[in-house]
Design a protein around this ligand. Structure first.
Ligand SMILES: Nc1ncnc2c1ncn2[C@@H]1O[C@H](COP(=O)(O)OP(=O)(O)OP(=O)(O)O)[C@@H](O)[C@H]1O
Ligand SMILES: [Mg+2]
Length: 417
């Protein structure tokens, strides 16, 4: 007999749903619940990989090793096949994602109490913008990973359609819905006709008017906030004595971007930050940069920036805590400053919503419901961007971090029985 699951491998968080007694339910992958951070920590002392919350806690505890997060962002890039050095062994990013998928499968099987051999795998509409070959490459990679990890049947579903499936469980009457799934790495949209009597159908081609997506998510907002509010405390924008050159911006851009942080932990970068500090007009700031590189504090800084970004969804001002770099250090961040820093992303979001409606051949007035899901759908400036196209009176929000996984599982139930 085939036992199926729905698997939402997210840039920031993942979840798996299983089918128990013919009903879809989310598997408890972590102590706290169904959601597991998409993070792996390779502990250099024990030589063992740790996953999810335990991975992050261990990294924060200053154990020597390597934290990896936002791995989904590199799925559509040639980096996938490249090997990264972990202490003494080399491992490809594909193999790292394989370890994570195997762990999620094992935890879901433990929760269900039975082996699972089929999966409906979520995927963004586009992993990257305007590159169909890269999209195919990313899906093929996920398929091979799932097969190598023991799934005999692997099929895919667009993440916003999965979210639509989950939302449809609660609709009372027919509505033309715009689904917006704004996550950690991508923003995905579907225009779909939802109705109670259509729920049980597997084939929804006639109901789906458009699917569209762009590579814009919470990790991009983190990067902008970091460059705007945190990196200046580490010397961004300050100068060198030599030819009054500025500190190199690329270094800060890499440090502010989750997937590239680990690439800075090399002897060449260590040498470079030492030379920069010696030449800096403001050496105290450059010293903080050196501390972050030498002590591998890049992810810790990124977590602080992310926490500040989340706080700014509810507050006008918040400090970015950096006491782990230098006792008492913090940098102020404001909602206004953040919104200015992400102005281009706000415009991209509005343009993507317009493009989705254009592809559906639907006027904004015809949309009955806007279903918002994904962690970054809580960001006020992104909501404003969507509201500039479709009336916010139509906004509905669900269990915003879990609706994709729930919908994938419902889909798995319908496809595999
Ligand atoms: N209250 C909040 N305000 C702002 N951002 C938030 C909030 N809560 C969560 N986020 C952000 O939401 C993102 C994670 O959302 P989610 O779990 O939906 O993404 P994901 O499914 O992992 O990513 P993707 O679907 O793009 O692969 C993170 O960037 C996180 O910082
Ligand atoms: Mg998601």
């Amino acid at each position: 007999m085939t036992r199926a699951c729905g698997l939402d491998f997210g840039t920031s968080n993942s979840a798996v749903g299983v089918i128990r007694d013919g009903r879809a339910e989310l598997a408890r992958l972590e102590r706290e619940g169904a959601l597991i951070p998409s993070a792996i920590f390779f502990d250099f002392e024990t030589n063992k990989p740790l996953f999810g919350a335990e991975a992050i806690e261990t990294y924060m505890g200053q154990v020597e090793g390597r934290l990896m997060r936002a791995l989904k962002s590199i799925l559509a890039t040639p980096l996938m096949k490249e090997a990264t050095l972990l202490k003494t062994q080399r491992i490809t990013f594909e193999a790292v994602i394989g370890l994570f998928v195997a762990e999620m499968k094992a935890r879901a099987e433990a929760a269900l109490g039975a082996p699972i051999d089929a999966v409906v795998h979520g995927r963004p509409v586009h992993f990257v913008d305007g590159d169909a070959a890269a999209d195919r490459f990313a899906e093929d990679t996920l398929r091979v990973i799932a097969e190598n990890r023991g799934f005999k049947h692997v099929s895919f579903q667009y993440e916003p359609l999965a979210a639509a499936r989950a939302y449809e469980a609660s609709v009372r009457e027919e509505t033309l819905a715009l689904i917006c799934d704004i996550g950690g790495g991508t923003s995905d949209f579907s225009v779909i006709r939802l109705a109670p009597e259509r729920r049980a159908r597997t084939e929804r081609k006639d109901d789906i008017l458009a699917n569209y997506g762009i590579r814009l998510g919470g990790t991009d907002l983190d990067r902008h906030l970091s460059l705007e509010a945190a990196m200046p405390a580490l010397g961004l924008g300050s100068f060198l004595h030599t030819k009054t050159l500025p500190m190199p911006r690329q270094l800060y851009a890499d440090l502010a971007h989750w997937p590239s942080i680990n690439q800075l932990y090399t002897p060449a970068t260590r040498r470079m930050v030492r030379e920069l500090e010696a030449d800096a007009v403001e050496p105290a700031k450059a010293r903080r940069l050196r501390t972050v590189i030498e002590k591998h504090l890049g992810h810790q800084l990124a977590f602080s920036v992310e926490a500040a970004k989340i706080a700014l969804s509810a507050e006008d001002e918040t400090p970015i805590e950096m006491g782990f770099i230098e006792p008492g250090l913090s940098a102020p961040a404001s909602r206004d400053g953040f919104e200015d820093a992400v102005a281009t992303e706000r415009a991209r979001m509005a343009a993507a919503v317009k493009e989705t409606l254009a592809r559906a051949g639907t006027a904004a007035e015809e949309i009955g419901t806007v279903f918002l899901t994904g962690g970054s759908s809580r960001v006020p400036v992104l909501r404003k961007a969507i509201a500039s196209v479709v009336s916010p009176n139509k906004f509905r929000a669900g269990d915003d971090m879990l609706s994709v996984a729930m919908g994938l599982t419902e889909e798995a139930r319908l496809r595999y029985g």
